[in-house]
Design a protein around this ligand. Structure first.
Ligand SMILES: [Zn+2]
Length: 310
């Protein structure tokens, strides 16, 4: 079994300011831990292509894609919302992040690798159909899902979102879409304060109270996610892989540890093996405590690459 890691130098150049938590050093921290752990040598490295308008407009209206292109600055910084900004490299980074989603799906669907991880930024799961939000511009995991359906003819795709924040953008895009099942856990009540009020039938949202840790998380996966996933029988597993529910991450107040990321990945790998020919694609979302982020990604990748179980 092989796993590809997709990234691009442009994703390191997107910078929203020296005090912004969603910073280029996040990708460096992942690289450092891949080297330190020895896992990096088992991974196939690829550069992300630019997403095309055809690929983006399966998720976002063309007017939105054009507006993002038009607002991209040639110098300085432009704010899209209080948390989300563009510098002169952001547009390219965002197009690479969404392009990584497309390449990752192509790799696993064409049996080049059985799994692929996109180490990209900006992240995507707060980006709604026509609204940037919460560090996100294009919804990368949604681009992956729609590409799998439109270009590879899949009928059922599952999105697994274990970021500490509710993936409101992904829900906005896929609510009531019978081809997509989304399962998620998130701290609640917490930003973006959504996900619990009458979620759509294809959303399995499990809110977790501040202070919840491994026990509550694993219970949610076993009792809510797994039955829904087995009933849905996805042909592809996509991860919105945010690592900000880690106990060391100050962004929020959940208490997951490194081993939880290996565990949940192994659970989802079993689902992928049962229903999806083992196909898994993972998109980086949050994770702001640099050491914990790098270590947790290594745990996730060890399982994606078949190097170890939890
Ligand atoms: Zn997050």
């Amino acid at each position: 079994m092989t796993c590809a890691v997709i990234s691009h130098p442009d994703c390191f150049k997107h910078d929203m300011g020296s005090h912004h938590p969603e910073r280029p050093e996040r990708l460096s921290a992942i690289e450092d831990q891949l080297i330190a752990s020895g896992v990096g040598q088992y991974l196939t490295r690829l550069e992300a292509p630019l997403a095309t308008d055809e690929q983006l407009t399966r998720v976002h209206p063309l007017d939105y894609v054009r507006a993002i292109r038009d607002v991209a600055p040639e110098s300085g910084t432009v704010h899209l919302d209080p948390d989300t900004a563009m510098n002169p490299f952001t547009l390219q980074a965002a197009l690479r992040a969404a392009g990584a989603a497309v390449l990752a799906v192509d790799l696993v669907m064409n049996k080049k690798t059985s799994a692929a991880f996109a180490a990209v930024r900006p992240p995507g799961h707060h980006a709604c159909r026509a609204r940037p939000m919460g560090f996100c511009i294009f919804n990368n995991v949604a681009v992956a899902a729609r590409h799998a359906i439109a270009a590879h003819g899949l009928e059922r795709v599952a999105i697994i979102d274990f970021d500490v924040h509710h993936g409101n953008g992904t829900e906005d895009i896929f609510e009531d879409d019978p081809g997509v099942l989304m399962v998620s856990t998130f701290q609640h009540p917490f930003y973006p304060y959504s996900g619990t009020e009458a979620p759509a039938r294809n959303m399995v949202n499990v809110p977790l109270a501040a202070g919840s840790g491994s026990r509550e998380f694993r219970e949610a996966v076993r009792e809510a996610w797994l039955p829904a996933l087995d009933a849905f029988a996805p042909e592809l597993i996509l991860f919105s892989a945010g690592f900000d529910a880690h106990v060391e991450d100050d962004m929020a107040m959940l208490r997951l540890v490194d081993g939880d990321y290996a565990w949940v990945t192994a659970q989802m790998k079993d689902v992928a093996d049962r229903h999806a020919g083992g196909r898994m694609v993972s998109m980086l979302e949050g994770g702001y405590a640099l050491s914990a982020l790098g270590r947790s990604v290594v745990q996730h990748l060890r399982v994606l690459a078949g190097l170890s179980g939890p």
